[in-house]
Ligand binder design. Structure first.
Ligand code: URA
Length: 234
């Protein structure tokens, strides 16, 4: 593959901007500066831009954004034969879900065949943010309750990390967390006296659910995948 295409499909820059980076002498292959955008490279070559390594292009991996409807489970397979997020996509590739959403939670879930990326996006140490909208019981939600959610709520296994929380309507709050504890948002809301009536995930890292309809999905572009993996700290 041509070096400029390699950089573009790795999400470093547009094809044209990648050519400029190369001509400006900022790109090295195997430790040597390369000025020709047409130089042939492959995934085994160590390519750097300004000294930083470039992860090989995403051509070999696939990441899908799905709007999970309620009543679908987010495991790869279900022994009881219930509908899974993977069966909704029906890909010939062996995909697995990136993390979990509860049976009744709707919204953005990612599926991929890239185990390393899935690990980075879900392991708590990488602190990838996820944003949820919760419709809660017993409105109104007072400011002091929002503050409690922000500062950390005591769950049975300990205090939750600081969260970003805002009120979107009298009974709707938006919560951004970067931990991935089981049923975390539901348990946090329950702990402050507002059990969740419905829950939707509207953002995962750099990716928004946007206007993707329930049950629909789309494959992410190389740029979107690159941005997502940059969102994983570490
Ligand atoms: N928090 C929850 O309580 N449920 C989910 O599905 C995701 C986050």
């Amino acid at each position: 593959m041509r070096l400029a295409k390699f950089l573009a499909s790795a999400g470093v820059a547009s094809r044209r901007a990648a050519e400029e980076l190369i001509r400006a002498g900022r790109v090295q292959v195997g430790g040597e500066r390369v000025l020709d955008p047409a130089k042939d490279v492959n995934a085994q070559d160590a390519v750097t831009v300004d000294g930083g390594p470039v992860t090989p292009p995403a051509a070999e991996r696939i990441v899908i954004a799905l709007h999970k409807p309620a009543g679908v489970i987010s495991t790869a397979a279900d022994p009881q034969g219930r509908r899974t997020v993977v069966s909704l996509v029906g890909s010939e590739r062996r995909l697995f879900p990136v993390g979990r959403l509860d049976h009744d939670t709707t919204g953005l879930i990612l599926l991929t065949d890239d185990g390393e990326l899935a690990y980075r996006l879900t392991h708590p140490s990488f602190e990838v943010e996820k944003t949820y909208r919760a419709v809660v019981a017993r409105p109104p939600v007072h400011d002091r309750t929002l503050r409690a959610l922000r500062n950390g709520v005591r769950l049975e296994e300990g205090l939750t990390a600081p969260a970003r929380v805002r009120r979107v309507g009298p009974d709707v709050i938006e919560i951004t967390i970067h931990e991935g504890r089981k049923r975390q948002v539901r348990r946090m809301c329950e702990a402050v006296g507002h059990p969740v009536r419905s829950l939707i995930r509207v953002r995962f890292g750099t990716l928004e659910l946007g206007d993707l309809r329930p049950g629909r999905w789309r494959a992410l572009s190389a740029q979107e995948i690159a941005a997502l993996s940059r969102a994983a700290k570490g």
